[in-house]
Design a protein around this ligand. Structure first.
Ligand SMILES: [Ca+2]
Length: 318
């Protein structure tokens, strides 16, 4: 069992409540022990090591507990018509053509059918994984440096989400901190809650509540032309309190992509297809137009790909 999995503290009680890992570590001192050992630090560290340990734990985002339960996953035909209208509106005169291309239509259809799905309890990072947190893994020799340079002010600050990492690397990071990548079903439950909403904040698009992209003049309406530090949109939080699930960076999930996966999935804790070289990314990014920021958007990405708008957040077994 991972040390992180045993590290839940007494503050972590209600569904949707969140607590910092540092706080949850205090009752038993177990949080981040695996990471500390990987760093070559003793369990009872000397003073300098203790400072390093504190820095490590503080670099990690707080987690949110999502209680076991049913929720509405996916989109119905009304939701897809809404997505199409949003796509056409965002892209203007080009929209009618682009939004109805077969490859785009296939992805909208991949969100259907909408179904009630049961998910067991889990925990998930409140924010996207930052570059500062990723660096703790790099220093421990468990993760490669991200491919987006520090010198690029658009992407490089420590509190920006890490980008430029592949699915395998993202997975290695989550293992390093005692977790794993979320399944796409877990991600969607955490992002939309139980009422079937289309965005973390509700059913209607709002261009001030997430870091999105778009045609000239629209990308900066939210205050950011490129990446934003994690947590820059508190009013865009999900019902469980997750930040930036819509926008900023796409987020890797564990599941392989198949267009018809939602039709054949189990109704309880689905794990996605068993074969395929593409993984599902969720949430849209600072480069995405509005319809991609819906909580139901499923984007296939080759496992070995990386991009300046693709990052991650980790999940943890409860
Ligand atoms: Ca995101």
């Amino acid at each position: 069992m991972s040390p992180r999995r045993r590290a839940r503290g007494p503050r972590e009680t209600a569904a949707g409540g969140w607590t910092s890992r540092l706080a949850s570590a205090r009752p038993n001192g177990l949080t981040s022990v695996g990471a500390l050992l990987a760093l070559g630090l003793a369990v009872a560290p000397a003073r300098g090591d203790a400072e390093a340990a504190t820095a490590l734990v503080e670099a990690l985002p707080p987690t949110i507990r999502i209680a076991a339960g049913w929720f509405r996953r996916g989109s119905d035909e009304v939701d897809v018509r809404y997505a199409l209208s949003l796509c056409e509106r965002e892209l203007g005169f080009r929209g009618r053509e682009i939004c109805h291309e077969p490859s785009v239509a296939l992805l909208f259809e991949a969100e259907m059918p909408a179904r009630r799905i049961h998910v067991r309890a889990f925990r998930i990072d409140r924010t996207e994984v930052t570059r500062a947190a990723w660096r703790t893994c790099v220093r421990a020799g468990r993760c490669p440096p991200e491919r987006t340079p520090d010198t690029d002010e658009r992407l490089g600050a420590p509190q920006m989400p890490v980008t430029g990492v592949t699915w395998v690397e993202a997975r290695a990071y989550c293992e390093f901190v005692g977790g794993r990548l979320p399944t796409e079903t877990e991600w969607e439950r955490a992002a939309r809650g139980v009422d079937g909403r289309r965005f973390p904040w509700g059913n209607a698009w709002n261009d001030r509540l997430a870091n999105h992209g778009g045609l000239e003049g629209r990308a900066a309406i939210d205050g950011f032309r490129f990446l934003a530090p994690v947590g820059s949109f508190p009013d865009g939080a999900s019902p469980f309190g997750l930040l930036d699930v819509a926008g900023n960076v796409w987020e890797w999930t564990e599941d392989r992509f198949a267009p018809g996966a939602y039709a054949g999935d189990l109704a309880v804790d689905p794990q996605g297809p068993r074969e395929g070289g593409e993984r599902v990314a969720r949430g849209g990014s600072w480069r995405s137009t509005a319809e991609q920021l819906r909580v139901t958007t499923r984007r296939p990405v080759p496992e070995g790909a990386h991009a300046p708008d693709l990052g991650l957040r980790c999940a943890y077994d409860d």
